[in-house]
Design a protein around this ligand. Sequence first.
Ligand code: ATP
Ligand code: MG
Length: 277
Amino acid sequence: MGETWTAIQKKRLHELNASVDMEQVFANSALRDLAYREEEARGVMDGRRHLESLRQSERRPGLIRLTEKLAAALVAEGFTQVATPTIISKRMLAKMTIDETHPLFSQVFWLSGNKCLRPMLAPNLYYVSKDLLRMWPSPVRIFEIGSCFRKESQGSTHLNEFTMLNLVEWGLPEEGRSAHLQHFAELVMQTAGLADFSLETETSVVYGDTIDVTCRGIEAASGAMGPHPLDGQWGITSTWVGLGFGLERLLMLQRGGQNVKCYSKSVSYLDGIRLNI
Ligand code: ATP
Ligand code: MG
């Protein structure tokens, strides 16, 4: 019978983003502890080196740099950025059919009876789009990058607070939708330095059939197309394609990290590095 990492060792190796086999079996506990001390020391050294290089050169965490890089790429592609509130009303969610009976409803952080932290950007984007569509010629291309909040079980790909990039193009020819969705997915993934992704059709609780952008087995984004029955809530009848990306997941994939938490807004991590090293 061999020995595996203890729970405490596993936790620390996860924190340090160590690329070790978490199920590794050792001949005895002395060998395991020796291997652990080496991995821990390596993790601490690599982390300190990374933080020092951050201080010396980039001076801004990856999440912020990725946000700016993606915004610049989308602006160059004819998208206009919007900035909308993080606090939204229950009515806005209900317009997305997210009411008491909906699976996402139990994941919402409520501030009071009628206000919550947005679990998605879509309701606000619909809201501003109905006016922009009156004023701007087609196609109308907008995007937002901002925090969204969901009560999650907190595995290695889920955060309670994450950064969503949601883009939408309105008023394109119906037959061009698939190609445009693919093009925008490529634009974002390539800007994030991720070439090895695929598009897969999934079923979403809000949009019905969606197209997921998947990279190394992880969902990086979900996309959808309209006209869609939800559009009527905002009096919109236009065609559209839209995609929602999680930026911490993109960063984790880009950096080859093990846990999305390292790349989130955090007091325990800076630019992917645990600070208690
Ligand atoms: P999953 O099935 O992985 O829980 P989802 O399908 O519920 O994700 P969407 O509503 O499609 O998520 O949100 C769009 C994107 O936002 C996802 O593809 C993912 O990249 C990101 N995302 C969603 N929830 C989280 C979360 N809790 N933490 C980090 N990123 C998230
Ligand atoms: Mg999804």
